[in-house]
Design a protein around this ligand. Structure first.
Ligand code: PFF
Length: 458
């Protein structure tokens, strides 16, 4: 019998729908666009290892805590935190975890939609054959033509947000649940096909060496901070998305096992994407793995444009990116939508209109930071860079820290245990140890050293 509160938004139709939804949220631009270029920038192997360790020892325990908070209340993150705070008779300041989560999700969605829009534009370019035999210089020009055109960027950003709007407005089961069960199988099939093609056509061996050769000399605290930020970003934790999805998780599903499956799938996709992208990159002379954010939009197009069958590969690839971004972006919109519905008793559609418009407006800042406002910088960062750094490297780790401390020490013990009742005593103890001690201490050290490292070198 379900002794928990009921969700007014609905429930996933089963454990696997939650797994698919959470994986859909986790697998996105973070895996396909960010992971390869950040790993490339920070030297490959050693960075990848640190990233995986962060996922396992910090990400997984915090993600379990976040799902637990959502499922215990079956409400949006803000109200889920309120519920846990009241039930645990603790200080009301802990409630801010929910607010910070929802706020970060909206900030992230505002730039996520712009980058996803680039992928949509490139999908059309590839279909039209615009990448055919493109040279390095021409690829740079193609990319700068896109980012220097605010109207073109706004068109794609709006189209992408409209896609998210339609899914979220249709509700948890008919919208999110249905979209996920259609999108995720397509995503996995595309990924496998792309991977096989990359192995056949690319330089798989060099890609493997690059991602798995450990050169610890290239590791700085800044790199460790990036690895941790990326681990949070890629698992979608620290911003309410997973808490909101946890609220719709069936009561009998095991949080521990489910989260582990999601983390394994997510890491596997990042590694596969890395191998696939670097196989293609290394097979094309003159392209550097450390190309930065342009890796996917400058280096890969050159590779696609100059290999036999490259057009098909390119179309599949950008389609994959759009699908992955879409299934992630809906999870960034859902927490705030659920909260507006709960608080203001307005319809889901109306909540979606209000929030998508807000995100769209904020996104204009990112759009302009690539053209008209590209020289406006704070501490060397444009609006987009600052937003990316602020969310992934500051807000997410700090909110992950707060979640770990709250669930580890403050939340009423029986409330925690009832959600984890399927875990063997031994595993429960491991999890609590990671959540109470290792995760928060590691987050604080990495955070402090990473920020120091970054700003001492500006
Ligand atoms: N995890 C997504 C990715 O790797 O692209 C990004 C993301 C989605 C972050 C949802 C946060 C979130 F709540």
């Amino acid at each position: 019998m379900d002794v928990q509160p009921k969700s007014m938004h609905g429930i996933w139709s089963g454990r696997w729908t939650f797994i698919l939804a959470a994986t859909g949220s986790a697998v996105g631009l973070g895996n396909l666009w960010k992971f390869p270029y950040v790993a490339g920038t920070f030297g490959g192997g050693a960075f990848v290892l640190i990233y995986l360790v962060c996922i396992l020892l910090i990400g997984v325990p915090v993600m379990m805590a976040e799902v637990l908070l959502g499922r215990a209340a079956r409400k949006s993150p803000i109200n889920a935190m309120d519920h846990a705070v009241v039930a645990s008779e603790s200080r009301s300041a802990w409630r801010y975890i929910g607010w910070v989560g929802i706020f970060s999700a909206l900030l992230i969605l505002s730039f996520y939609a712009v980058i996803a829009g680039w992928a949509m534009d490139y999908l059309i370019l590839t279909v039209k054959g615009a990448l055919f035999e493109v040279s390095g210089d021409e690829a740079v020009l193609l990319f700068s033509n896109l980012v220097s055109d605010p109207l073109r960027l706004i068109l794609w950003q709006s189209t992408f947000l409209a896609l998210c709007f339609f899914v979220v407005a249709a509700g948890v089961q008919k919208g999110l649940g249905r979209a996920i069960t259609i999108l995720m199988p397509i995503l996995f099939i595309l990924l496998i096909v792309m991977m096989l093609l990359a192995v056949l056509k690319g330089d798989f061996f060099s890609a493997w060496k690059f991602l798995f050769a450990f050169d610890f000399a290239s590791i700085t605290w800044r790199a460790v901070l990036e690895a941790m930020g990326l681990a949070f970003f890629t698992l979608s934790i620290g911003m309410g998305a997973i808490m909101a999805y946890g609220a719709y998780m069936p009561a009998e599903a095991s949080i521990g096992r489910t989260v582990l499956v999601v983390a394994i799938l997510d890491s596997a996709v990042a590694i596969i994407a890395g191998l696939m992208i670097f196989s293609i990159v290394f097979a094309t002379p003159g392209i550097e793995p450390s190309a930065g954010p342009g890796l996917m939009f400058i280096s890969l197009p050159v590779a696609f444009g100059n290999m036999a069958g490259g057009q098909i590969l390119g179309i599949l690839f950008f389609f994959l990116v759009v699908i992955a971004a879409w299934s992630s972006a809906i999870s960034l919109l859902e927490p705030a939508v659920a909260w507006l519905i709960e608080e203001k008793t307005i319809s889901r559609q109306r909540a979606c209109v209000i929030l998508s418009s807000l995100v769209w407006t904020l996104g204009i800042g990112t759009v302009l930071s690539f053209n008209i406002a590209k020289d406006i910088k704070v501490a060397g960062l444009t609006f987009f860079d600052a937003l990316d750094f602020l969310t992934a490297n500051i807000m997410l780790p700090l909110s992950g820290f707060a979640i770990a401390i709250f669930v580890g020490f403050i939340m009423r013990d029986d409330l925690v245990r009832v959600q984890m009742s399927d875990l063997k005593i031994k595993y429960l103890a491991y999890w609590l140890w990671l959540l109470r001690y290792l995760a928060p201490i590691a987050v604080l050290i990495i955070f402090a050293m990473g920020i120091y490292d970054k700003f001492s070198s500006v």
